[in-house]
Design a protein around this ligand. Structure first.
Ligand code: PHE
Length: 338
């Protein structure tokens, strides 16, 4: 009956509740005492069945009482432990993404929407993938010890180095596949430079490659123009300046009007109103041939940018070293939903 259910479900949180239970069922004015009083009044026939049930019920109540009492006696009282299990739990701190990751994710997202895939490659590269296939002349200054961290330096061709750009991934991609290619290559690169607010011995790049039939410089401009608009909004100007890279011809550098002072002149842009954000150009036919691609049939463009530079402009960070010092006071400012 209802009492049996109540007894079975009984769980005492403290000694007081257990005592209330004892008084209610086992006490001198309790339920069981009361039932035994009633028992005296029933007929002899019923006494047999009723008596049996009654005894079982009494045993059940006593067993429950002893069982609960035992758990208390064994010392597991929550109050004794100084715990209040009804208090809300401690919140836990979530980390935040590194600003360079945030910017990398954003750049990848923009190019993914244009149909670019993400490609990766090794950070330790041979001379061919980092330099030779990319049309670097033997005596090019970028091969000098001052720019490149060499792991093994012999004759040039057998050199092993930390990659100085992710263009090496472009070479690997072209060698191992067939055009068309439409990919971006995010990754860490290394250059042997004195560490200061404006230079570091490593930084992060996103390079891109687009190769197909009839790809023109107009495609390059429009793609990159679209990219910076997605990244910074439409509220600024873009300009292309002629430049030189061994692996592209013609080559250009793209500047944007300063996003911080909107061209009014701040020291982020050395008071010029313009900041350079990437290098680009049409892939040199020599590079295509080095990677076994028919340069008569295919053309393409490539570009490369430093993630640090983009992040500096986005978050107004003036010292590159902050990115790798792991100071939580810096890092926790970049809480996001991503
Ligand atoms: N690899 C160049 C660098 O590291 C960037 C670049 C990539 C320029 C592709 C043009 C085309 O500076």
């Amino acid at each position: 009956d209802q009492y049996t259910k109540e007894i079975n479900a009984f769980l005492a949180a403290n000694a007081e509740e257990l005592e209330t239970f004892r008084i209610k069922f086992l006490g001198t004015k309790g339920v069981i005492k009361d039932l035994f009083e009633q028992f005296k009044t029933v007929g002899t026939e019923e006494k047999r069945t009723f008596g049996k049930v009654l005894n079982q019920f009494k045993q059940l109540a006593e067993a429950k009482y002893n069982e609960v009492k035992e758990t208390f006696d064994s010392g597991l009282k929550t109050e004794d432990l100084g715990l209040d299990l009804t208090l809300p739990g401690d919140g836990f701190n979530t980390g935040s993404r590194h600003p360079l990751s945030l910017v990398r994710i954003e750049i990848i997202d923009i190019f993914k929407r244009l149909g670019f895939v993400v490609a990766e490659g090794p950070e330790i590269e041979d001379d061919w993938h980092n330099f030779s296939a990319l049309n670097f002349p033997e005596e090019h200054p970028a091969r000098d010890m001052q720019d490149t961290f060499f792991i093994k330096k012999n004759s040039g061709k057998d050199d092993i180095a930390l990659r100085t750009h992710t263009s090496s991934v472009q070479v690997r991609m072209m060698e191992n596949g067939k055009p068309p290619f439409r990919a971006i290559m995010p990754g860490r690169v290394y250059r042997n430079e004195a560490i200061s607010a404006r230079a570091h011995c490593f930084f992060h790049q996103v390079e891109g490659l687009y190769i197909d039939e009839n790809v023109s410089f107009a495609d390059l401009k429009q793609t990159l123009y679209h990219f910076v608009q997605e990244l910074y909004g439409a509220d600024f100007k873009v300009r292309f300046r002629p430049s030189y890279f061994p692996f592209t011809e013609p080559s250009a550098e793209m500047d944007i009007s300063c996003t911080i002072c909107k061209g009014a002149g701040c020291n982020m842009c050395k008071y010029t109103g313009w900041v350079e954000i990437l290098g680009c150009g049409m892939v040199d036919p020599n590079v295509l041939e080095n990677c076994n691609i028919d340069s008569k049939k295919y053309t393409g463009f490539a570009f490369g940018m430093g993630i640090e530079r983009i992040a500096n402009l986005k978050y107004v960070i003036r010292d590159l070293r902050l990115f790798s010092e792991n100071d939580v006071r810096f890092l926790k400012q970049f809480k996001t939903e991503i």
